[in-house]
Design a protein around this ligand. Structure first.
Ligand code: URA
Length: 433
């Protein structure tokens, strides 16, 4: 099978067969097909699309391109969740321990942050000693013993996605429903859980900027999961402003601890309870949303959810004294409040720009090998809908970099203040199952 014929076929808008898709994925992973031919095919996919059958076949070829994780030694239903990424998204740090405290097994592989988005692994690694690379048998034992482990992807998990994603990133071919859905779902399916919950974000700080595209992507991923026999559900959630208040690694870990102790920002709590309920239903650990929410609330109130987080930190080599006493975490050298110069109501906070501002303060990476400053970031003091008086603090920036004045001005400009009260939207807009 010649790669050029596969490219020509897709260029003409025809459906690729399972064998053609398998041949290009396997050939690319082995190094037999060069980047330039795969780039041409990816661009043809961008313009001509892929139907559901092609997308299922692409997902299957990718998930079988490397190792798959066998979680069958762990008793009970193994649940997984995935967020399409955003700013201030520390949900896994809170939700994971909450559901594990309810007896559900969470075996999760997470990613790192790039550009304006943060990554769960970086947040966890801001806890001194915390290891996100552990042998797979240790990962499985930890989930069996304490019900939760969050690690990075193993080296040979979905190598097709690693190569394809890097190529898509530099060839303007990220933005295709079929390519995004197969990329996410092949990794999730290769990770071996029985159920998958997808948090598909839309808005300024998300991959999908509008809700219709978010719905389409969510439906496609749910269809893929079901095609492979997994209970897969999706929530469509708002990413027009950062989630919670903290953006930046240590700052977000502190917020997660606060939320596990029953405090924390309302939007973060809302999404953790909603997603947690869905995961408990998927695992059959509750019969109704109400029962699930009550159980989760009990685990927060009793301190069991917080204890579960501590257990995970300890099991993965982290220093739990920082979790017990978050004031032990280092604080950035420079701190500056950003003040409102007029009164009114917050009508917008550009999530993507806030994410980029935090990155420039040192909290994120512009390139994959950039070093992160775990203390850097931004803590919002006002969210959309909040009333603001002139002189109020809108946000506080934290950085080790002395030249932060321009970024401080930029952060100020991310807040739009309206004269009139502003309607606040719910955080979760839709659920697909
Ligand atoms: N996240 C992924 O893992 N893959 C994509 O293609 C987009 C977002």
């Amino acid at each position: 099978m010649r790669m050029v014929d596969i490219i020509e076929k897709k260029k003409a808008g025809e459906q690729l067969t399972k064998d053609e898709i398998k041949s290009f994925i396997n050939g690319y992973v082995k190094g037999d097909i060069p980047d330039y031919q795969v780039s041409a095919l990816l661009m043809a996919i961008i313009f001509k699309g892929m139907d559901a059958t092609e997308t299922f076949n692409l997902t299957e070829a990718m998930l079988n391109s490397g190792d798959t994780v066998d979680l069958s030694k762990i008793k009970g239903v193994k649940v997984d969740k995935h967020s399409t990424g955003g700013v201030g998204d520390k949900v896994s740090l809170v939700l994971g321990p909450m559901v594990a405290a309810c007896g559900v097994k969470l075996a999760k592989m997470s990613g790192r942050g790039l550009g304006h988005t943060g990554g769960t692994l970086d947040k966890l690694e801001s806890i001194p000693g915390f290891k996100t690379r552990i042998p797979i048998d240790q990962f499985i034992k930890q989930v069996s013993d304490i019900g939760i482990a969050i690690i990075g992807q193993t080296d040979n998990l979905d190598p097709a996605d690693k190569k394809l994603y890097a190529l898509r990133d530099v060839t303007g071919t990220v933005n295709s429903m079929a390519l995004i859905a197969s990329s996410i779902m092949s990794k999730k399916l290769a990770s071996g859980a029985d159920t998958i919950l997808l948090d598909v974000k839309f808005g300024d700080g998300a991959f999908m900027t509008n809700i219709d595209d978010a719905r389409k992507l969510a439906q496609l991923m749910v269809d893929i999961g079901k095609h492979f026999g997994k209970d897969t559900r999706a929530e469509i959630s708002d990413m027009d402003q950062p989630l919670g208040l903290a953006v930046g690694n240590i700052l977000e870990v502190k917020e997660a601890i606060d939320t596990l102790k029953g405090n924390g920002p309302a939007d973060l709590r809302e999404i953790c309870f909603a997603s947690g309920s869905t995961m408990l239903l998927q695992a059959k650990a509750a019969q109704s949303v109400e029962e699930a929410k009550n159980l989760l609330q009990k685990k927060i109130g009793s301190g069991e959810a917080f204890n579960k987080f501590e257990q995970m930190v300890k099991a993965q080599g982290g220093d739990v004294s920082f979790i017990d006493n978050p004031s032990k975490f280092p604080v950035a050298l420079y701190k500056q409040d950003i003040k409102a110069t007029q009164s009114g109501f917050v009508s917008a906070i550009g999530a993507k720009d806030i994410g980029l501002d935090a990155m420039k303060l040192g909290a994120g990476r512009e390139k994959e090998d950039d070093r992160i400053d775990y203390t850097a970031g931004i803590v919002l003091n006002k969210k959309i809908g909040d009333k603001v008086n002139k002189g109020d603090t809108l946000a506080t920036l934290y950085t080790e970099r002395p030249s932060f004045e321009k970024i401080a001005k930029d952060i100020y400009s991310r807040f739009q203040i309206s004269d009139k009260p502003v309607q606040v939207h719910p955080i979760i807009w839709d659920t697909i199952k």
